[in-house]
Design a protein around this ligand. Structure first.
Ligand code: V55
Ligand code: FE
Length: 497
């Protein structure tokens, strides 16, 4: 058998085409760096001891289609190591099958986001997973996740890629969410894959993994229609699959079209199932078309579950338009706001859910104190857009210039930090001040994009007084392309890994 011949580049050198997706803070960074002792202002808290990992889609090559969307670049993992008031930095590309094949060819072979019909013939059937969306640390393993593929395991210190991780054969779904949920008391991880029986399939595979990463429960379900199920929520008693009308279409894919489009004609369907339940126990609760990428958390009181997220009246990503009816992106509808959905599992299947909008600003990247995940949360944090910055001009994750602290019991924002002009935030992570600190008491770490120098800072904020601004600012001599999600891992856990 001979290996398929690898296509060679048509010109010497390489450049990215002049497209918005390759400019501004979306300009590919592509740097694998080791930086010892980052320069800092302020006092870096000495009790911060561990690793802050963050992942970014960072295209190694210009996409062969000539354009791209922000979800499609190769995963670049970044690590900030905190020890005794000092911070070092390391970044490495995740060595996915996709990246290895493309490096060998010195060009892009995989085409449009989640559309294998746009790939070069030599990579047919090869893994398209870009390992670019989120980072999870569970059962001593560091995993990089992308919802169209299985996790990739990474060495916690060298950031070398170990390879695809299927939980010792426990996960048969070819897809695995970028947003697993963890019960901090039991150590269980809850996860799922959607489009789990192939491109555009309605199938969902749901997994419960014990504290050692062993699959202990598996359920296969069918959603009412195929949609992007980017995030989900788990409570003490239930699991909820939010099906919202960002939809796909196999014929559109075969014609080389985009994987996702907004479909305003469909309803939102919340699938609620006991968390160790079976497929026949799922009940679907309906409501108007809504879109949310992310949820803070959910908790149940008896059969009533409260689901808190950043919810919009329509898909907030302009690149998912025109919609399936030909409608154009409307910035006034694509505003994610802190919103509570309430659903009662005792109500019959097919009933509605309640919705309460809690806060007016555009918010994204909701987070809670992980120590209460699946239980009752009272405090949330989120990136927000505040009018006045030159990068505001609308909504979107590229324009977050503030971090909010929200108290769900008081139903109001109880803290906010607004960046100086010419700065925007990437997603923050929360680090508790100590193991026994009260909920939400600690630090927020967030990369800040300085649009004057086009370099990144890492801001360290104290949640006890967000408005006071950073207690310390780390100055990187690098521009880090807009990242997605991250995770904080305390040093004593890293050593186990
Ligand atoms: C998101 C990101 C993705 C993706 C699907 O932030 C959704 C949302 C970086 O990739 O594939
Ligand atoms: Fe996400």
């Amino acid at each position: 058998m001979t290996a398929p011949s690898t296509p060679s580049p048509s010109r010497t050198g390489m450049r990215f085409p002049d497209q918005p997706i390759y400019s501004g803070w979306d300009t590919p960074s592509r740097v694998e760096a080791d930086l010892f002792e980052i320069l800092a202002d302020g006092e870096i808290p000495r009790d911060l001891c561990g690793r802050y990992y963050q992942i970014a889609p960072d295209p190694a090559f210009p996409n062969r289609t000539g354009d791209d969307i922000p979800f499609n670049g190769d995963g670049m993992l970044r690590m900030f190591t905190f020890a005794d008031g000092h911070v070092d930095y390391r970044s490495r590309y995740v060595r996915t099958e996709k990246l290895k094949l493309e490096r060998a060819a010195r060009r892009s072979l995989f085409g449009a986001y989640r559309n294998p019909y746009t790939d070069h013939v030599t990579v047919a059937g090869r893994s398209r997973g870009a390992a670019n969306t989120s980072v999870a640390f569970h059962a001593g393993k560091l995993l990089v996740l992308k919802e169209d593929a299985r996790p990739t395991r990474i060495d916690t210190d060298s950031l070398e890629t170990d390879g695809v991780w299927d939980f010792d054969g426990g996960v048969s779904s070819p897809t695995f969410t970028a947003h697993p949920r963890v019960d901090p008391v039991t150590g269980e991880m809850f996860a799922f894959g959607f489009e789990a029986k192939g491109l555009a399939s309605r199938d969902i595979a749901y997994y419960v993994l014990d504290a050692h990463g062993k699959v202990v429960h598996e359920v296969w379900l069918e959603a009412p229609y195929t949609s992007m199920i980017h995030d989900f929520v788990v409570t003490q008693d239930y699991v909820i699959f939010p099906v919202m009308p960002t939809t796909t279409d196999l014929d559109r894919l075969k014609a080389g079209g985009p994987h996702w489009k907004w479909d305003p004609s469909k309803e939102t369907c919340l699938g609620v199932m006991p968390r160790y339940g079976t497929a026949d126990q799922i009940r679907w609760y309906r409501g108007p078309a809504r879109w949310a990428y992310h949820f803070f958390n959910a908790y149940n009181e008896g059969t009533t579950t409260h689901i808190d997220g950043c919810v919009a009246e329509a898909q907030a990503a302009p690149f998912m338009y025109p919609d399936t009816l030909g409608g154009q992106y409307d910035a006034t509808k694509g505003v994610n706001r802190i919103t509570r959905w309430t659903v009662d599992y005792a109500a019959d299947d097919g009933k509605g859910f309640e919705e309460q909008v809690l806060q007016p600003e555009f918010t994204e990247f909701p987070l809670i104190d992980d120590r209460v995940e699946t239980g009752r949360h009272s405090i949330g944090f989120a990136g927000a857009c505040v009018i006045g910055d030159e990068h505001k001009g609308g909504n979107g994750i590229g324009r977050l210039n503030s971090i909010l602290r929200y108290e769900f019991d008081k139903q109001q924002a109880t803290g906010q930090y607004v960046l100086p002009e010419h700065f925007t935030f990437q997603e923050p992570v929360f680090v508790p001040r100590s193991d026994d600190a009260s909920e939400g008491d600690g630090y927020l770490l967030a990369l800040a994009n300085n649009w004057t120098t086009m370099l990144n800072d890492l801001f360290i904020l104290d949640t006890a007084d967000l408005a006071a601004g950073p207690v310390a600012t780390l100055h990187l001599p690098l521009r880090l392309r807009s990242g997605i999600h991250g995770a904080w891992v305390p040093e004593h856990l890293v050593q186990v890994g």
